[in-house]
Structure formats: C-alpha cells, structure tokens
Design a protein around this ligand. Structure first.
Ligand code: DGL
Length: 271
C-alpha cells in the first residue's frame, strides 16, 4: 500500500479528462492536479518554452511527495517528457504517448492509424516510433488541429454545431480518405469532440482517448507494484496558475461532473 497522492498536470484544464478516467479506475487514490491556466495553450509554443514550463509544472507537483506523476498534456508528453523525468528522479512518470500508442496498435485491424494532436505534438514525431514498437508495419496519417482547443474551450463541441462540424471535416477528410480504422485523439481536449469526430469518421473507426489509455496504464502499473491507496474514496486538490474564479464551470465540462476538493491559485515562478 502507498498512501501518497498521484500528481497530474496539464497546460490547462483539459487534463481533467484524464483525472475523470483515473477516478473511475482508481477511485481510492488521492490526486493533486495542476493546470497551468495562465500559460495555456502550450501546443502552439516553441520546444524550449514547452520544456521550461514542463519543468516547473513537474517541480511544483514533486513538492507534494507524490508516488507517480501523470503528464496528461499531449504536448508535454511528446515534447518535454525528458525534462519531466529529470525533475521527478525516482518517481515514475507516465506520459500519454506510450499507453496510447499501445492501445492504438492493438485496436487497428488494417494497420492504418490516424493521429490528431496539437502542432507541437505533431512536429515532435513522437507517436510514430512508439506505435511501430507495437505494430511495426503500421502506416500513420497525422494532422495538427490547432483550432480544436479554442473551439472546445468555447463550448463548440456538440453535433449539429456547424462551426465544429466544418472544422472537423476540414481536418479529418484526408485521414478518412486514407481509410484509417483507428484514430488517436492525442490531445486532452479532443475527447470532448468524440461525438462529432465519431459521426464524421463513421462506425468502423475506433477513437483512442489518450488520457483514458494512460489512466488505465497507471492503474495497472500501481496495482502491479502493490502501490495502491487505502481504498477509501480519494481526496482531490486542484491548483491553477490563473484565477481560480470560474474554475468549477470549465472544470466540470472536462470532468463530466461537479468538482469536489479545494481549488487554489499558485505561482510557478520559484520552481
Ligand atoms: N493540453 C494540450 C495537449 O494535450 C492542449 C492544450 C494546449 O495546447 O496547451 O496537447
């Protein structure tokens, strides 16, 4: 048994989609979440900036004596995982790439896998080698979708919304034409577009939620290491770098339910 909390961070609040799945598979774990809401988005920034921010995020969560760190942010996972691992020393770090790549490889039947993510994640090229470790012959068709994050944050997620449906068609048409049967949603925000994306891609295409895949991998790893908590309902602490005002409304969008636990604003300057 290990009663220490699990740390989870994201560039903003999108990483709560991973917390949601983590809470389902590991309801007895304490979670400390950091959303760098004053500096989101990371996905359109340079590698150097993303690495600097990621190092500060990890150092902040390490001050909580965590037993594992989940990098829910696709952009940090693809671009700055080395920095996070360095900041965490012996504490295990779970980025989203490995578990997602494994799940995508086991899902595809025709070996054609689509990948959508932020510009930084696509630029990193991190997914292709990871997927090919599990499916050496897989063909990968990728596309950066920079408009998805702001559209999700503005609530444009519902089927029937002509704006999001047009953008989905614009981005995904080449992947649909390529005949992918599996599509990796490589960004925290994209699970909220599952219904619109699923309807456009069609029933034969499996959508892989990177946060959920990673949460399942974390659960399996902690179980195997006999490092689960007490089994009592876990506690939540949330930290944001911008004002905590309005947190509840946006957070419940990603979490799919009301927020419980404290929310505080924090500065990462000293980390
Ligand atoms: N959290 C980021 C990701 O998953 C999306 C938002 C951003 O660009 O910071 O890549």
């Amino acid at each position: 048994m290990d009663l220490r909390p699990i740390g989870v961070f994201d560039s903003g609040l999108g990483g709560l989609t991973a917390v949601r799945r983590l809470s389902e598979v590991l309801p007895g774990e304490d979670i400390v979440y950091l959303g760098d809401t004053s500096r989101v988005p990371y996905g359109s920034r340079s590698r150097e900036t993303i690495k600097r921010y990621a190092g500060q995020d990890a150092a902040f969560l390490m001050s909580f004596d965590i037993k594992a760190l989940v990098v829910a942010c696709g952009t940090v996972s693809t671009t700055a995982l080395d920095v996070v691992e360095k900041a965490c020393g012996n504490v295990p770090v779970f980025g989203v790439v490995e578990a997602t790549a494994k799940k995508a490889a086991s899902s595809t039947k025709n070996g054609r896998i689509g990948l959508i993510a932020t510009p930084a994640s696509i630029r990193s090229g991190a997914y292709a080698p990871a997927i090919r470790r599990y499916a050496p012959k897989a063909e990968i068709f990728d596309r950066a979708c920079p408009l998805f994050v702001p559209l999700v944050e503005n609530g444009r997620t519902e089927p029937g919304d002509v704006v999001i449906e047009t953008v989905v068609r614009e981005y995904l048409e080449p992947l649909k034409n390529a005949g992918v049967d599996t599509l990796v949603l490589g960004c925290t925000h994209y699970p909220l577009l599952s219904r619109v994306i699923g309807a456009y891609m069609g029933k034969g295409v499996s959508l892989i939620d990177s946060g959920a895949a990673t949460a399942e991998a974390v659960a399996a790893a902690l179980r195997a290491a006999d490092a689960l908590g007490s089994g009592e309902p876990g506690e939540r602490r949330y930290f944001v770098t911008d004002s905590a005002e309005g947190f509840e409304k946006v957070a419940s969008l990603f979490l799919g339910s009301g927020i419980r636990g404290e929310v505080d604003q924090v500065s990462l300057e000293k980390y």
